[in-house]
Design a protein around this ligand. Structure first.
Ligand SMILES: Cc1cc2nc3c(=O)[nH]c(=O)nc-3n(C[C@H](O)[C@H](O)[C@H](O)COP(=O)(O)OP(=O)(O)OC[C@H]3O[C@@H](n4cnc5c(N)ncnc54)[C@H](O)[C@@H]3O)c2cc1C
Length: 312
């Protein structure tokens, strides 16, 4: 049980831009709010984001999250690091169990649990160093412009990879699409890529060799690497939807919750925010979702307590 016998008015799962925005709003609505997170916000991996509104010089992900934590705590939100392994409804509240067996009870819930990206097979430290060096990128919308006119490789020869390559073509004439393990491109996609001047290589990558200022890719059957200024894997993602599923919230074919789930879900009192929601996986969107989810949760609690005008 929590240290108090009273349930939290709202528990937020996730301490990324979505969860921390929700917690800030709830705390400023004077709600007792607990944030539980397992330290895996994707934002913590951003070396410098240059498209977060209000930061013209850019801001590092850990700095942004650090400021958001401070902002929430200033208004009384409690933040605890723990993995939530189980969620269920129990005697009129939501019961969350963390990996150490602790139970937390909340009257309302905001799920801002994000996603895991499909990554290229590199040891963790080498992978993160390549991200920090800017030779490995995962988000063309975030940083495509920073590679204007450079040699860009997109990894993943399926329709998702093709779409990403076509998106990046806006920024460079030197975009190449390569398969990681298999080539699954249909004739239509192939024709469109060719028309856009995007080269499609058929041999799969057998070795990934990030350097300080470029990324070398070794293809099957060739000793010499192909050198690129930046590599964008387009390998999909796995949404962290386990808790949503445990509570009976619908998940779509891509693993996301519904686009309207920041407004409310089929489970009264549960709201979703950020990358878990179908849509654009961006900091600004996650923050907006967090604000909406928190305000909806607050108003739902007010209605439950009879603090709103009756409907006419
Ligand atoms: C390298 C990189 C660069 C990027 N660059 C940009 C950029 O420039 N601009 C931009 O807008 N976006 C960028 N993004 C995307 C951005 O990071 C995400 O869109 C954003 O972090 C989504 O926020 P979120 O709060 O939904 O999810 P996240 O920030 O991923 O947070 C999810 C939270 O849920 C928690 N969690 C999940 N499941 C559990 C559980 N069971 N128990 C406890 N805690 C749990 C995690 O610990 C984490 O705190 C980038 C991402 C990466 C990886």
């Amino acid at each position: 049980m929590d240290h108090t016998s009273e349930p939290w008015e709202c528990i937020v799962v996730g301490a990324g831009p979505a969860g921390l925005s929700a917690a800030l709003y709830l705390a400023r609505f004077r709600r007792r709010v607990l944030v539980l997170h397992d330290g895996m916000s994707r934002a913590m991996r951003i070396p410098l984001t240059r498209n977060a509104p209000g930061f013209p010089e850019g801001i590092a992900g850990p700095d942004l999250i650090g400021r958001m934590l401070e902002h929430c705590e200033r208004y009384g939100a409690q933040i605890r690091e723990a993995e939530v392994v189980e969620a269920r409804r129990h005697e009129g509240t939501f019961e969350l169990r963390t990996a150490d067996g602790t139970l937390h009870h909340g009257r309302a819930l905001v799920l801002a649990t994000g996603l895991h990206m499909g990554q290229i097979p590199l040891p963790h430290d080498e992978h993160e160093a390549a991200i920090a060096a800017g030779v490995l990128r995962y988000c063309p919308i975030c940083d495509g412009i920073e590679h204007t006119g450079t040699r860009i490789a997109v990894l993943g020869s399926d329709r998702h990879g093709a779409a990403e390559a076509l998106f990046l073509r806006q920024f460079s004439e030197q975009v190449v699409l390569l398969p990681c393990q298999y080539a699954g491109l249909d004739a239509d996609a192939h024709a469109q890529l060719t028309a856009a001047g995007i080269r499609v290589l058929a041999a799969p990558v057998v070795r990934y060799a990030p350097q300080a200022d470029r990324f070398d890719l070794y293809l099957e059957g060739r000793d010499e690497p192909h050198a690129f200024d930046v590599v964008y894997p387009a390998l999909g993602s796995q949404h962290r939807n386990e808790l949503a599923q445990m509570l009976g919230i619908a998940i779509d074919a891509h693993g996301c919750t519904d686009v309207a789930s920041p407004l409310g879900t089929e489970v009264p009192g549960v709201y979703c925010a950020g990358d878990i929601v179908d849509g654009l996986d961006q900091i600004s969107v996650a923050m907006g979702h967090g604000a909406v989810a928190a305000t909806r949760a607050h108003n739902w609690l007010r209605a439950e307590d009879g603090h709103v005008l009756p409907a006419r």
